[in-house]
Design a protein around this ligand. Structure first.
Ligand code: PEP
Ligand code: MN
Length: 338
């Protein structure tokens, strides 16, 4: 962190500022210029609030040099993080992992049928919501624990590891016991009590980007989990709120290369929630591959017209199979394994 003092700050006031900073446990490098003095603060500045330093009447500007996310940063962890889950290695270069399944688990027949179908087409993990964060309290809220039981049954039948969303910090223990990847939905990206609790376990956490979150806020949420002691975080770009209303959300494709540069964590794309329309899933999935995502999480339903949640953005198994063929073909030409 760099603190630029105002021109004409007296030597006495510079010294007072240096002692103030040293009292916070930091070292100071002093650079005396012609017009002003610049202080370089050395040490762990992550707890220092630049705005508090600005309260000093001699401070002109404060600039952070390092990102506030230390554990998520590529600077301190240059190699990609890779997690082995079932048959897949998420985060390995030139590999594109497909997670697929319904928005919500609705019945035994539905989840077993979809699980078999997506497995046959080449998905490596099965998704399915059991606890659903719905805008309306009158909408289907999910089968809850029964949904998790059905997901486990589908895993037994297909061998596909299961990914499902958690909403409450009180459920962490049960999720750790029963599921392979714990999803934190967009609406809970900044549920800090939940993130802290997930930091205490070692399960891979699929952390979706918040509805209106910046890339830095998203990485700071990942930092909560990492700082708690859980090194297994997968990021998921699922579209953000913009002024555009044609699509459900706006897929921020630029976030993928940005996150890849800033962080060592794997990042996947959700082409279903991004646009909210099934016909856009294929082009957005191909785009995700082109910009370097580590995979996608796609909604697939055996009968989208009758889905209890997110039918309009769900592919049917035949459409999913055709998407997989496209991705495999394009992947082959790019040297990417799907
Ligand atoms: C979901 O995956 O079904 C979901 C609710 O996603 P998001 O949190 O991205 O809206
Ligand atoms: Mn959904």
């Amino acid at each position: 962190m760099v603190v630029i003092l105002k021109p004409k700050t007296t030597e006495e006031d510079v010294q007072k500022m240096i002692s103030y900073v040293k009292d916070m446990g930091l070292d100071v490098m002093v650079n005396t210029g012609v017009d002003c003095t610049v202080l370089g603060l050395l040490g762990d500045t992550s707890r220092i609030d630049p705005d508090t330093l600005m309260l000093n009447c001699h401070v002109d500007r404060v600039m952070r040099i390092a990102e506030p996310f230390k554990k998520a940063s590529r600077k301190f962890h240059p190699e990609d993080s890779v997690y082995e889950i079932g048959d897949s290695k998420i985060g390995v270069e030139k590999t594109f992992t497909i997670i697929a399944g319904p928005c919500s688990v609705e019945s035994e027949g539905q989840i077993l049928e979809v699980a078999e179908d997506v497995k046959k087409s080449g998905a490596k993990l099965l998704r399915g919501g059991a606890f659903k964060p719905r805008t309306s309290p009158y909408s289907f809220q999910g089968l809850e624990l029964e949904g998790i039981r059905l997901l486990k049954e589908a895993k037994e039948k297909t061998g596909l590891p299961i990914v499902t969303e958690i909403m409450s910090p009180y459920m962490v223990e049960s999720f750790v016991e029963n599921v392979d990847v714990i999803q934190v939905g967009a609406r809970n990206m900044q549920n800090f009590d939940l993130l802290k609790e997930l930091g205490k376990c070692k399960k891979p956490i699929l952390l979706k980007r918040g509805l209106s979150s910046t890339i830095e806020e998203w990485l700071m949420s990942a930092e909560y989990i990492l700082a708690g002691g859980n090194p297994n975080v997968i990021l998921c770009e699922r579209g953000i709120r913009t002024f555009e209303t044609y699509t459900r959300n706006t897929l921020d494709l630029s976030a993928i290369p940005a996150v890849k540069r800033l962080s060592h964590l794997p990042v996947i794309v959700d082409p279903s929630h991004s646009a909210g329309m099934s016909w856009m899933v294929e082009p957005l999935s191909l785009a995700a591959m082109a910009v370097g995502a580590d995979g996608i999480i796609v909604e697939v339903h055996n009968c989208p017209e009758k889905a209890l949640c997110d039918g309009a953005q769900s592919l049917n198994p035949k459409q999913f199979d055709s998407l997989m063929k496209k991705l495999k073909g394009v992947g082959k030409s790019l040297g990417i394994e799907v």
